[in-house]
Design a protein around this ligand. Structure first.
Ligand SMILES: Nc1nc2c([nH]c(=O)n2[C@H]2C[C@H](O)[C@@H](COP(=O)(O)OP(=O)(O)OP(=O)(O)O)O2)c(=O)[nH]1
Length: 140
């Protein structure tokens, strides 16, 4: 079986229901494209811990994971993307592009496709949009 390394991507939503998108500054083949902030799990680390750590390192924020979005999306081997919704904790700093990114945007539902997402992120972002913004089906 092929070993896969999990990359955790954070779908950070703010109180207005906007989604945080981050533009990569490196490596050259990914620079200029937009992604969900996050990163690779370290050995023995839980995804929830990795998400909190990566958001602190990359964006200078204190955040908490809310829920995993079902599914996983293949990235460049050996990586596979798992996505969690997340929110900033009260008193957290505003996110800043400290590492790996050179621009951040809080996207409304109407703006979700205004940024040039990494190709491999597009199916994950479709699911994020569905979970964040589509009303849950009512039970009959
Ligand atoms: N964080 C993140 N990485 C992604 C996404 N889509 C995608 O292809 N990747 C790739 C880029 C990298 O090859 C890999 C994870 O990269 P990373 O640079 O964010 O991870 P990291 O902070 O742990 O890495 P490192 O700089 O410590 O080596 O996954 C995404 O939406 N978010």
């Amino acid at each position: 079986m092929t070993e896969r390394t999990v990359v955790v991507g954070a779908a950070v939503l703010n109180d207005d229901g906007r989604l945080l998108a981050a533009r990569r500054s490196a490596p050259p083949d990914l620079a200029g494209r937009w992604e969900l902030p996050g990163g690779k799990l370290e050995p023995g680390e839980t995804p929830e811990h990795a998400l909190v750590r990566e958001l602190r390192e990359e964006l200078g924020v204190e955040a908490e994971p809310v829920a995993r979005i079902p599914g996983e999306w293949p990235l460049k081997p050996p990586y596979t993307l798992h996505v969690w919704t997340a929110r900033l904790l009260p008193g957290s700093a505003d996110p800043e592009p400290l590492e790996d990114h050179d621009e951040l945007r809080w996207l409304t539902q109407d703006e979700i496709w205004d940024v040039d997402w990494l190709d491999q992120d597009v199916p994950a972002v479709v699911e994020v949009a569905r979970h964040a913004w589509e009303a849950p089906a009512r039970e009959a």
